[in-house]
Structure formats: structure tokens, C-alpha cells
Design a protein around this ligand. Structure first.
Ligand SMILES: Cc1ncc(COP(=O)(O)O)c(C=O)c1O
Length: 472
């Protein structure tokens, strides 16, 4: 028998030169996307003037080719929880690559998944085990499958306006027709209004419900479960031998000022918890489904069933190293406390503007998950413009605010879902007073402009109206 020698770690990287490739062809980015990827993205970006060339990112900022800085209040839909290129996460990734581990043999037990599971579970002591996948939607799919198998019942309840991902199982619990249309038949799951315990009880009485899946704060519109709802829902579910699934893909890992958003109220102990996004450190896609021991023991009830739910890339060393580094930074840099304090500052500064601006209807959320809602103005002059926009398409005013925030103030935000007059702010959790000042000053300037009833902003509304009408 011969023993293979490990190859020398000094072997050359070969011919491939990423820097040269980017230098040579980086300028073709929009054409390449139009030709080979989802062509509607560059089309939309051209329409609203978001077709920039960004070159570098760090923390809560990124820079364009001319060296202008942009404040990121979107965090890559939440994946940049620690901002871009956190040095501790970068170092962990360099280290794990340099370690040249024998990863993904699939028939051994690596140390990093166990260590990351231990750390995640330490933040939710009532849970016992973790399944690692590769995205938020996969974390939700896992929870849906585990709930069905463990309870032996088929139906999942979800909330109106819910968002849990876009693969077919997660789409079956999506509360928005715009995402579902044309993809039927989906799983025969059922929507209930967020906060409506009677509706929940009515469905549970039918006896076929495996679980309720719920975002403690809905990403769409930034709507929070009413006080006491999660706990009462949990009690009802358990009485009917059904499970509570908390989807913390967006709200988890400190975003709302608690490690998990369900922890805002005492006594809420979901049976399954889904996380993803920020656990990646902004680098390596990852998803995790945390659950109670009895659920995992049922799903993996015998050796024959060892692979009954698994993923080829699940638990890969890079994702695990990034996750461990993220959790370490969260502890050492008091990320959760910062999200709570900075979020309160941001919301209180924005709430103070409600009396000043008639188009501003509400500021809500928790921690650094903030919703700004616009509403029908009282004065005649603004009301006619508002009505015109609403007639073309609901959500256009919020879009009108997002555009100058980027164009004139170099701040990236998003409208919080189709047909909603709500902007959602989910910045990296490392932002502080400086970023709050910059955002509030810019937002005030945009609101001043909107309330003047004229100017560039309302001119731009004509483009949006034309586009909305053409898209019908
Ligand atoms: C609450 C929630 N669940 C699930 C998902 C899906 O995550 P992913 O895009 O990683 O599949 C998202 C994504 O935005 C989300 O916000």
C-alpha cells in the first residue's frame, strides 16, 4: 500500500488572474447582465438612475469609481449585518482557506459545524440542535419539512404579507400574490392575518395543521406581531399539537435589538427557528434551522434516515468559519446593544418629523429595522399630486423618496415591498450617530423638496407614472 504525500502548499495558482479579468472586462458589467442574466434588473436600474459603478466597500459605506462615498441603509437585504469586509470575518476566511482542511468529505465529522451550532444554540437555550443549509429559503424549507414530519400533519399556516423565500415550499407560505402568480400549484397551505388569534384557532380546529410560520417583524411593510401574539399563538399551537416556527432570517442576529426578535417578549419559545443572511458575514451563503431535540430525533429516527434531509454544501468550512467569526464579533463589539441604541436614536429623530411633514404618516420598527410610511397629505396642492401617483400605482411616492436619497445624498435604501408607501431601513448593525445624522439630514432635505410641491422630485414622478402605466 502506498501513502499519498500531501501536495506542497506552495503550488501556483495557475493562469487565472481575477484582477486582470476585472480590469479588462469590469466595464462591461451592465451589458453582460443584460445579455446573460435577468435583463429586467439593468433595465430597472437605468430607469431610476441607479446604474452606478461601485468599486469598493467597507463597513457601512461603499464607493463609486470617482471616489464618492455611499451610505448603505440596505445591507445587501440584510446580509451585511456587520457591514462589508469586517476584518475579523476576513481573517477567519483567509485562515480557513490557508488551513486547507479536508472539508466536505461527507463521511466524517468536522469540528466547525459543531462549534457554530453550540454558539448559536447558546443564544436560544430552549433549542437543542441545528441543521445547516445554504440560504434563508433553505432554512425555511427545512423547518417546513421537519414540522410536517414531526407532527405527521400536512398543512402550514402563514401570515398575510409574509415573506419566507422564493423556492417552491417557501413560496407556498408567501403572503403576496405578486410572488405566487403563475407558479401554481403550490402546497395547500393557508394564510391567517398577523395578530388574529381567532383565525389561527379556527384553522387549528381542523386538526391537520403542522405549524405556523411567522416573522416576528414582517419584512414587508415592517409590521410587528402585536404584543402577546406570539406567546398566545404558541400556546394555541401546542394545544393542537402543532409547532411555532420563527423565521428570523431577517430579524435574527441582533437586527431588532435582541439576539432573536422573538426574545423581545418573555415566554416565547419557538419549536423551530430559521436564520441566515447576517450569519454569512456578507461572504459565504449559509442558512441554519434550529430546533428542539425531539423534532430532530423524529426526522433522523434511524441510521437509514441519516441523509433524509441534507445538502451537499451544508456545513462547509468557509460558511462555518464566517459564522463563528460573526458571532464572536457580535459578542466582542456589543453589536446587539448598538442595534438597540442606534435604532432608538434613528426612530426618535425620524418620529420627530411626523408633525412637520404631512406626507409622513408613521415611523415604526425595532432596533435597526425601521419602517417609514407615507400617507395622504391634507393640503389640496399635495393631495392632487399624491392622488395622481396613487392612481398610477401604489408605492410610487416611496420610490420617489428612495431615488433622490441615492442620487442626491448617496444613501441606499429600498421600498419595503410592492405597492407599499413604506421605506425600510436595515443598515449594517455597526452604524452610529454619524450615520443617523447623515440619514436624517438627507431625509429632511428630501421631505422639504417633496412638500414644496414642485422641483425635480415631482418632475421625476412623471417618469415613474409613465413607467407604471406602460407596465400594466
Ligand atoms: C424573513 C425572510 N425569510 C426568508 C428569506 C429568504 O432568504 P434567502 O433570500 O436567503 O433565500 C428572506 C429574504 O429576504 C426573509 O427576509
Amino acid at each position: 500500500m502506498t501513502t499519498a504525500k500531501p501536495p506542497s502548499s506552495s503550488s501556483q495558482a495557475g493562469e487565472f488572474d481575477l484582477g486582470a479579468l476585472l480590469a479588462e472586462r469590469g466595464g462591461e458589467r451592465y451589458e453582460l447582465h443584460t445579455k446573460y442574466l435577468n435583463h429586467q434588473l439593468p433595465r430597472m436600474l437605468h430607469t431610476i438612475g441607479f446604474d452606478k459603478v461601485y468599486e469598493r466597500g467597507e463597513g457601512a459605506y461603499f464607493w463609486d469609481a470617482d471616489g464618492n462615498d455611499y451610505l448603505d441603509m440596505l445591507a445587501g437585504f440584510g446580509v451585511m449585518g456587520l457591514g462589508r469586509h469586517h476584518p475579523v470575518v476576513r481573517k477567519a476566511l483567509h485562515d480557513v482557506l490557508d488551513a486547507q482542511l479536508a472539508d466536505l468529505t461527507r463521511f466524517d465529522c468536522q469540528p466547525l459545524p459543531g462549534l457554530l451550532a453550540e454558539k448559536l444554540l447558546a443564544h436560544s437555550p430552549h433549542l437543542d440542535r441545528v441543521f445547516f443549509g445554504n440560504s434563508g429559503t433553505e432554512a425555511v424549507e427545512t423547518a417546513l419539512k421537519f414540522a410536517r414530519y414531526a407532527t405527521g400533519k400536512p398543512r402550514i399556516l402563514y401570515c398575510d404579507h409574509a415573506f419566507h423565500g422564493l423556492t417552491t415550499g417557501s413560496l407556498s407560505v408567501n403572503g403576496e400574490d405578486g410572488f405566487r402568480d403563475g407558479f401554481a400549484p403550490l402546497l395547500p397551505d393557508t394564510a391567517v392575518p398577523l395578530g388574529d388569534l381567532d383565525a389561527l384557532a379556527g384553522e387549528l380546529r381542523k386538526g391537520d395543521v403542522a405549524a405556523l410560520v411567522v416573522e416576528p417583524i414582517q419584512g414587508k411593510g415592517v409590521h410587528e406581531a402585536p404584543p402577546g401574539y406570539l406567546r398566545a399563538a404558541q400556546e394555541l399551537l401546542h394545544r393542537h399539537k402543532a409547532l411555532l416556527i420563527a423565521d428570523e432570517v431577517q430579524t435574527g442576529l441582533g437586527r431588532t435589538g435582541d439576539f432573536y426578535a422573538y426574545q423581545h417578549e418573555d415566554g416565547v419559545e419557538p419549536d423551530l427557528v430559521c436564520v441566515a443572511k447576517a450569519l454569512s458575514g456578507g461572504y459565504v451563503p449559509v442558512g441554519a434551522t434550529l430546533g428542539k431535540d425531539w423534532i430532530f430525533k423524529k426526522v433522523y429516527s434511524s441510521m437509514d434516515r441519516v441523509l433524509v434531509h441534507s445538502a451537499s454544501f451544508g456545513s462547509n468550512a468557509q460558511a462555518m468559519a464566517a459564522g463563528l467569526a460573526v458571532l464572536s464579533v457580535m459578542e466582542n463589539e456589543q453589536i446587539v446593544a448598538n442595534a438597540r441604541a442606534t435604532g432608538e436614536l434613528l426612530r426618535s429623530r425620524l418620529s420627530a418629523l411626523i408633525d412637520k411633514y404631512e406626507l409622513l404618516a408613521d415611523v415604526r420598527g425595532r432596533g435597526l429595522m425601521v419602517g417609514i410610511e407615507f400617507g395622504r397629505p391634507k393640503s389640496l396642492k399635495l393631495r392632487s399630486r399624491w392622488t395622481m401617483l396613487q392612481a398610477a400605482r401604489k408605492g410610487l411616492f416611496a420610490q420617489m423618496v428612495v431615488v433622490p436619497l441615492l442620487q442626491r445624498h448617496r444613501i441606499l435604501t429600498q421600498v419595503s415591498g410592492d405597492h407599499l408607501e413604506v421605506i425600510k431601513l436595515i443598515p449594517p448593525l455597526i452604524v452610529g450617530e454619524q450615520e443617523v445624522d447623515r440619514f436624517v439630514d438627507a431625509f429632511t432635505a428630501v421631505m422639504d423638496d417633496a412638500h414644496s410641491g414642485g422641483g425635480l422630485m415631482w418632475d421625476f414622478s412623471k417618469t415613474l407614472i409613465k413607467q407604471a402605466v406602460a407596465n400594466r
